[in-house]
Design a protein around this ligand. Structure first.
Ligand code: NAG
Length: 329
C-alpha cells in the first residue's frame, strides 16, 4: 500500500516532514512516498560479496568489527513506516573494517585530485541546501526551487561538495568536516578508488551499536549523559532556531565528539551516511541512509538512533548527507 507522505500526519505528526533530508530526492521534489512492504531479511541484510575489497586498502583509521550476530532494528519504532522494526537477530558472516570517521572534504579533495572525478551534483549543476546556510536577505529569491514537503530545502545552482553553499562558497575553512553534496554513486566511486566499499546497512548498524544491545544511541539510551553533547544534532526549534548548544549549527569536524565503544566517531548526527542497501520501495533507485544529521531534532526527525533509517535516490545529494567506507577483513 502506498501512502503519500502528507497523509501520514493523521497518525504520525512528525512524519509530515519525512525527515531531515528524505525530501531531497531529485526526481520528486519532496513528495516523500512511503510504502509499507514485507521485510525480507535474507535479501535485505545479507553481506554482498565484494570483489573490490581484499587486502589492498589502508586500514589505518579503520576499526575491525568481528563477524557475529546482533539485534538489528527495534520493537519500539519511532517511524514505523521507515521499517525500523522489528528487532531481529542478524548474523554477519564476515568480519569487516569500518572507517572511524566520515569521509572528509580533504579525503574527497585528494580523490578528485588523483582521478579528476566529477560528482553528480557538479554534473546536474545543483544540489539541495538547507536554507539557514544561506544569507537571510537572499532566501526569498528561491521560492521556485524549494522542496514541496520541506520548504527549507533549496535546490541551489552551483552547490557541490567544493562549493557547499553555492558557487561563491568554499570548503577551505572546513577540510576536516565531512564531505557533503555527494550522491550514492559518488560515494561508491570514492570507496572503490581506495579499495573499499560502502558498508551494508546491517554492518553499519552493528557498528553504530558498538556492542550495546537495543540502545537508542551509539553510546546508550540517554541523549546527554554526564551533561555532555554526544553528537551534532539540532538544539532549538526546527526549522528556524538552532541554538547550536552542541557547538555546531552545520557540520562538525569528523573527529568531534566522543567515539562509541568500537572507536567510531559521529555514527549518529553530523551527516547522514549512505549504505549499500536498496530502500526496496518508492521511489525506485533509492538507497538507504543511516545515522541522522545536524538537522535532526527529536520533535520532528528523531533519526539520530542506530535503528533509524531513511533514503534518497542514488543520484541525490544534499548539505547533510555524506558517507564512510568499509572493507571486508
Ligand atoms: C536473539 O538471540 C538471542 C540468543 O538466542 C535471544 O535471546 C534473543 O531473544 C534474540 N532476539 C530476537 C529479537 O529475536
Amino acid at each position: 500500500m502506498k501512502i503519500q507522505c502528507f497523509l501520514l500526519v493523521i497518525w504520525e505528526i512528525s512524519s509530515i516532514f519525512c525527515d531531515c533530508g528524505c525530501s531531497t530526492n531529485r526526481h520528486d521534489q519532496g513528495q516523500c512516498k512511503i510504502e509499507s512492504n514485507e521485510i525480507n531479511p535474507s535479501k535485505k541484510y545479507s553481506l554482498q560479496q565484494n570483489s573490490e575489497s581484499g587486502q589492498n586498502f589502508d586500514h589505518s583509521n579503520m576499526v575491525l568489527i568481528e563477524a557475529g550476530t546482533f539485534e538489528m532494528g527495534t520493537n519500539k519504532p519511532v517511524f514505523a513506516a521507515d521499517l525500523e522494526g522489528p528487532a531481529r537477530n542478524v548474523t554477519l558472516d564476515e568480519s569487516f573494517y569500518l572507517d572511524m570517521y566520515e569521509v572528509s572534504n580533504q579525503d574527497f579533495y585528494n580523490f578528485v585530485l588523483a582521478t579528476g572525478y566529477k560528482s553528480e551534483a557538479e554534473t546536474f549543476g545543483d544540489s539541495f541546501v538547507f536554507e539557514m546556510a544561506l544569507p537571510e536577505s537572499e532566501r526569498n529569491q528561491y521560492k521556485d526551487v524549494r522542496a514541496v514537503q520541506a520548504s527549507w530545502w533549496i535546490k541551489l545552482k552551483g552547490a557541490s561538495w567544493k562549493h557547499p553553499e553555492g558557487a561563491l562558497s568554499t570548503i577551505e575553512d572546513r577540510m576536516n568536516h565531512p564531505v557533503i553534496h555527494v550522491s550514492w554513486n559518488d560515494a561508491v566511486e570514492f570507496c572503490k578508488h581506495i579499495g573499499k566499499r560502502l558498508p551494508t546497512e546491517a554492518e553499519w548498524e552493528r557498528a553504530c551499536r558498538g556492542g550495546l544491545k537495543q540502545k537508542l544511541y551509539p553510546w546508550g539510551n540517554k541523549l546527554n549523559p554526564k551533561g555532555l553533547h554526544w553528537a551534532n544534532i539540532w538544539q532549538g526549534e526546527f526549522p528556524k532556531i538552532n541554538t547550536g548548544e552542541d557547538g555546531f549549527i552545520f557540520t562538525a569536524p569528523v573527529s568531534e565528539f566522543l567515539p562509541n565503544k568500537f572507536g567510531l566517531f559521529n555514527m549518529a548526527g553530523n551527516v547522514w551516511e549512505w549504505v549499500q542497501d536498496d530502500w526496496h520501495s518508492d521511489p525506485l533507485n533509492s538507497k538507504v541512509k543511516k545515522g541522522g544529521s545536524f538537522l535532526c531534532h527529536e520533535s520532528y526527525c528523531w533519526r539520530y538512533r542506530c535503528a533509524a533509517r531513511s533514503f534518497n535516490t542514488k543520484d541525490s545529494s544534499a548539505s547533510n548527507l555524506g558517507f564512510r567506507c568499509a572493507a571486508t577483513a
